[in-house]
Design a protein around this ligand. Structure first.
Ligand SMILES: Cc1cc2nc3c(=O)[nH]c(=O)nc-3n(C[C@H](O)[C@H](O)[C@H](O)COP(=O)(O)O)c2cc1C
Length: 379
């Protein structure tokens, strides 16, 4: 089984990751992993820290001569603003963060001991682990990308674009938004929020292309692909809602408009045995099993809780009213959340590929995968 574990604090020496159960024989391109780390750090609306960090991975085990060897992969990402012992103490706990619940639960006096780990800095490890998984998926021509659909109340209109067009357009946009008109308005909205000491949330769609039919299972609650994806996405800091396909909208529709009718074309759609749909309301998953259509997941992020114009709170030492502590903070991190979402989806899909096709080596996976696709075509 594929697993990963992260360790490290926001201003500690470094973040550490262990990716266990990764098959042997996958070419590991550290340049690609560093590019993924840079993608997490970029995006209009992020604060000053992103300029300090410029993340780079150091591989410590599990890779020899640029190829995975089947043993646990361990790595670290250095924090360039390492200063954990000299950081100011935090007693004016911030609403919307783990600060207060964390100090009460762990019997600590200083919320710094909580927020250092609760910070989204930890997601750099997820992006590195996700990059390994993307390299594995690319061996089977499966790709994962994301784009920003909403910032605050500004919504992109991608209804006339193909998935390929969305994939290309978001690459050239600083907000990773495929609708360039909406992007301008989003940027304005972020500038306005920032200058008034406020913050913004939003929504991203994460899409996986070329996923075969048959990942996940209907047979047990914890084997369903949609449930694994939902848990992975919900675990990302500040994500408060997850939808598969048109799940955030379909409850409003009649059944006749909410589902995807089935067609057959013998010589096309080999990864789904020739079956296909003209719509994708189900987001590529039915009954907990991938159906061969693109997997589509939406994640909804709450506005960043640390505000330049802070909210009211209580000082946990004095129990007197106070203004919440001000840390250096982003105004809007929705484009970065999309990259973390790509990483989590890649991790879930890589794990499902290993479960279905075997996990010791990429050669074994590819043989089993190809045999499966041939069998689908023979039915
Ligand atoms: C990429 C990313 C960057 C974030 N940056 C900040 C930030 O600069 N300041 C902040 O207060 N919260 C930030 N957050 C949100 C907090 O990490 C999150 O709200 C907090 O951990 C509470 O978790 P919860 O909202 O999931 O309960 C960020 C989240 C993500 C995904």
């Amino acid at each position: 089984m594929l697993k990963f574990l992260s360790a490290g604090e926001s201003h500690g020496k470094c973040l550490t990751g262990i990716l266990d159960g990764f098959p042997a024989g996958v070419k590991i391109d550290t340049k690609f992993i560093n590019t993924e780390l840079a993608r997490r750090q970029s995006g209009f609306g992020r604060g000053g820290r992103m300029n300090i960090e410029c993340d780079k991975i150091t591989l410590n085990s599990g890779v020899r001569k640029k190829v995975s060897i089947g043993s646990p992969i361990s790595f670290c990402i250095r924090n360039k603003d390492f200063s954990i012992n000299s950081l100011r103490e935090i007693y004016d706990v911030r609403p919307g963060h783990a600060d207060l619940a964390g100090v009460l639960k762990y019997s600590m006096d200083n919320a710094r001991d909580i927020l250092e780990r609760a910070s989204a800095r930890e997601t750099a490890v997820r992006v590195a682990a996700g990059a390994f998984c993307k390299l594995l998926l690319s061996e089977l021509s499966i790709s994962v990308f994301s784009h920003v659909e909403c910032i605050g109340n500004i919504k992109a209109d991608c209804s006339k674009l193909t998935l390929e067009e969305i994939k290309e357009r978001q690459k050239i946009s600083p907000l990773r938004c495929a609708d360039l008109n909406a992007e301008k308005k989003m940027a304005e909205e972020i500038k306005k929020a920032s200058s008034s000491g406020d913050s913004l949330g939003g929504c991203c769609e994460i899409i996986a292309l070329n996923v075969p039919v048959g990942l996940g299972s209907h047979t047990q609650w914890d084997r369903k692909l949609d449930s694994a994806i939902a848990q992975a996405m919900m675990s990302i800091n500040a994500i408060k809602c997850v939808a598969i396909g048109n799940g955030d909208n379909s409850y409003r529709l009649k059944g006749s408009h909410a589902h995807d009718e089935i067609y057959f074309s013998k010589n096309n759609y080999p990864r789904a045995g020739g079956y296909h749909r003209k719509t994708n309301n189900a987001g590529g998953i039915e009954g907990g099993i991938s159906n061969g259509e693109p997997i589509s997941v939406k994640i909804f992020m709450k506005p960043i809780p640390t505000l330049a114009k802070p909210l009211n709170t209580i000082n946990i030492k004095t129990h007197k009213s106070a203004k919440a502590s001000k840390e250096r903070s982003d105004c809007c991190a929705v484009p970065s959340a999309g990259i973390i979402g790509e990483s989590m989806l890649s991790f879930v899909l890589a794990g499902e590929i290993i479960k279905k096709f075997g996990g010791d080596s990429i050669g074994e996976i590819k043989n089993n995968f190809n045999e499966y696709v041939t069998r689908l075509g023979d039915r």
